[in-house]
Every structure is written in C-alpha cells, then in structure tokens.
Design a protein around this ligand. Structure first.
Ligand code: AMP
Ligand code: ZN
Length: 430
C-alpha cells in the first residue's frame, strides 16, 4: 500500500543525493528572491556556492517565527504574486499571524504528501473522510481535503463543532475516517457514548488522523478503545504546508517524515548545536520542494527524538517520535521543568478521568490541576472522591516531582474546546 512506492522506499543514498540537489536549488532560490535571506547570508559571510554537501546546511542561518512575522505580508515570497494561488496563515496559537503562500505546484505537492500519508494507513477510494478541522485560513482542513480528493476518497468538509450534526453525518454517510484534534476527539467520543450509541455497532468508523496539538499515547489509547478505531498521529505546521510533514504508518510507531520534501535536523534549543544521535532536540526543518515560499532551517520549537532503525512497512524516510513538548511551553514550577504533556499522560492513564482538564498556575508557584471525572463518581460517597483525588495527586507528584493541588469537577465544568485546547492558564504572569 504505497502512493509513490519508488520515492517512499528509496535507498538512503539515493535520498541523500536527491536532498543535496534540492537543497542547492532551494538555497539559490531563497538567496536570489528573498532579500531577508540575502542579507542573512552576507552577515554570515556565506553564499549559495558554499553549500556543497548536506552537512553544509549547518552553515545556513536559522529562520524563526519572528522572522516570518517581521516580513509579513509579502517579504518571504520568492515568486511573483501572480504565481501565488493560495494564502494561509498560521493559527496564531502563539501570537500574530504569519503568511504562507502556495503556488499551483505547491498546492499539488502538498496534496501528494497527504496522499502518501493516507494510503500508508490503508485508506481506499471507497472510504469516507469526515474532516473536522477548521476550514479557512488554517492549513489543517484544506491541505488534508485536497490530499484526500487526490486519493479519490469522499471528503465531508464538516469542520469542527456541532457535535450532534457530526454524529448524524457519520451515520448517514457511513464515515470511516476522521480528521480531528485530540481534544475534540475526546469530547466527541463522550457525546457518542452519552447519546447511547455503541460506536462499534452504530457507526462505521475505522480510523482517525489526529494531530495539530500535543497528546499522549494514553490519549490515543483512550480514543482507540472508546471508538473502536485506529488512531494515527499526524504532524505538520503551517510554515511547512500544514499537515503531511510526518505521519504514522500502520506500525503506529513514530511518524515518517517525508525527507525528499524536508531536511530535518535536531538541535539543542539553547545552543543551536546538533544533538547527539538518539537524544531529543528541537526539530528544525528546511523545505526542499517548495516554489512560492522556500524556508531554510525553520525553528519549529517542537521537541522530538528520531526513532532508530528501519520501519517494518518498508519506507526509508526516518520516523520522529510524537511531539514531546515545545521548547517554549515548558512550565517551570519551583525550579522543576514540566511539560504539560506529562500531566496529560498521567491523567489519561486513570480510568475515572473524563476528557477535559486544565492546569492553573498561580502566585507562589502554586499549581492546580482541574480535572473532569466520570459523572457516576458524584454518587454522594465522599470517600470515593477523596481516594481518587489522592490517587491523582500521588501519580502526578511521582511523574512531575511537584505536588499539585487537584480539583475534581463534573463533566462539562471546563470550557469545551472545538479547536486547540488551552490547557495551561498561567496567572503568575498576569
Ligand atoms: P499550526 O502552524 O497552527 O498548524 O501549528 C503547528 C504546531 O502544532 C506544531 O508546531 C506543533 O507544535 C503542533 N502540532 C501539530 N501536529 C501535532 C501533533 N501530531 N502532535 C503534537 N503537536 C502537534
Ligand atoms: Zn512505517
């Protein structure tokens, strides 16, 4: 089950030769057409001719999201405006938008990458994909949409929210595949069960593509078991087309990153140096096959590791782990570094925990984890609640080495998220 078998299973040597050819082209194109790169090259006293091997990528300047913002709207565009056919902006989760441009070829190439991803999970033309990502300026929905159409799948452009209508669409059109954020998937699963539906009998779901925000293996398992499906992790970012950068195959053990389209490096976020093999680091990506907007060494801020060894599926493109955190969302409490995902992992591993939680940080480094639990625990027996509260507190303490306050809430008490969830509320900085 391959979309482009030759390129997906290309030998490492041939892949590296192709990368070098494309890297040289990309560097020339960026230098010639984007004044920002020309200036950064001259500050570093380098020129495109200095790139003669893949290792030389380390000579190139990094690009940060601040660079993209500073050159908003057209400063990073490498082709005349009449060649641009689509504009996206980043979701702005972390601030002002960045403009991302696609030429006709770029739209098509992004769709090809999605087609590879979908076929890799066993999708067929008679599958029905319900796309619950937000349509609009975000890349998430449209890029997936075009890729799925390329495969020939029926796409339902549902967008997020309106959960009862989502369920009706799933029943009426026999949806087999969801494209959804983890926070919405958890909510959706709870509504399906509350409606008295048995997903395995009353629905036709087989798989979900889940991404756009961090989640843990425990969350994956929770959704897989409650809906009776396979969940495949999907990674991407607007600056690199959106979805389709890295995706899981049926082995579900790390995401193949399409290395003919992107060069990946893992660096220490503080020093910018390459991390030793096997260690975690910030993912840095260089586009290799983009026309309108080549980007060199983009600092994603996403922390990953590279999964060693060959994948049983036969694809030779290396796999990245799930996103362990961001180099900038780390919480520091009483001097201890904590990733919100560690907390999520603990919570989702506890059966009585429902779908929603929130981490509140207050003055004097007080941390409160507010968590929704199953309704049937509010049965008037206080000792059940106390035991659960103690269990959660203790498990969190042993994972994050800080003892948080734990607040148990009824389902529905926290704001429902239909897009990216806001998990951490830091009142210390207000
Ligand atoms: P955006 O540019 O708005 O699409 O956001 C991209 C960011 O979303 C990435 O840099 C990641 O931090 C996050 N993201 C996307 N996909 C995943 C995923 N599968 N797991 C964890 N985080 C993700
Ligand atoms: Zn694989």
């Amino acid at each position: 089950m391959f979309w482009q078998k030759d390129i997906e299973t290309i030998s490492r040597r041939a892949l590296e030769e192709l990368q070098l050819i494309r890297l040289k082209q990309t560097v020339r194109q960026a230098y010639k057409n984007i004044p920002f790169y020309k200036e950064s090259f001259s500050k570093l006293h380098i020129a495109p001719k200095d790139i003669t091997s893949l290792k030389d990528i380390q000579k190139l300047p990094f690009t940060t999201r601040e660079d993209l913002r500073e050159h908003y709207p057209f400063g990073m565009l490498a082709v005349p405006k009449e060649q641009v056919i689509r504009l996206h902006t980043s979701s702005g989760t972390t601030g002002k938008p960045k403009a991302i441009f696609f030429s006709k070829k770029d739209v098509d190439r992004a769709a090809e990458l999605i087609a590879r991803c979908l076929i890799m999970t066993g999708i067929k033309k008679d599958d029905v994909l319900q796309n619950m990502m937000t349509y609009g300026l975000f890349t998430g929905a449209l890029v997936m949409h075009y890729g799925a159409e390329k495969v020939g799948v029926l796409v339902i452009p549902a967008g997020p929210g309106n959960t009862k209508r989502q369920i009706a669409l799933m029943q009426d059109f026999r949806t087999t595949t969801l494209h959804v954020t983890p926070s919405y998937a958890l909510y959706l699963a709870s509504v399906i069960h509350n409606e008295g539906l048995d997903p395995k009998k009353d629905l036709f779901l087989r798989r979900a593509y889940m991404g756009s925000e961090p989640y843990s293996e425990e969350t994956r398992i929770k959704i897989e078991t409650s809906l009776g499906i396979d969940v495949y992790n999907s990674y991407g970012l607007s600056e690199m087309n959106g979805p389709g950068v890295a995706f899981e195959c049926m082995e579900k053990n790390g995401m193949h990153l399409w290395e003919d389209n992107f060069i990946m490096e893992l660096i220490d976020p503080d020093t910018g140096e390459k991390v030793p093999a096997g260690e975690k680091g910030e993912l840095v990506l260089t586009t290799l096959y983009r026309e309108a907007m080549p980007i060199l060494r983009y600092r994603t801020r996403d922390i990953v590791t590279i999964i060693p060894g060959k994948c049983r599926c036969g694809r030779t493109h290396r796999r990245i782990s799930r996103i362990i955190g961001r180099s900038d969302d780390m919480i520091i409490i009483r001097g201890v570094n904590i990733f919100p995902q560690q907390i999520e992992r603990v919570l989702m591993g506890i059966k009585a925990v429902a779908q929603n939680y929130q981490i509140v940080l207050e003055a004097y480094d007080q941390m409160t984890v507010r968590v929704e639990i199953s309704r049937n625990l509010f049965d008037g027996k206080v000792d059940h609640l106390v035991n659960l509260q103690n269990e959660i507190t203790e498990k969190l303490r042993s994972e994050i080495l800080v003892k948080p306050k734990v607040e148990l809430l009824e389902p529905g008490a926290l704001p429902v998220s239909e897009g990216k969830a806001t998990r951490v509320i830091d009142k210390r900085t207000l």
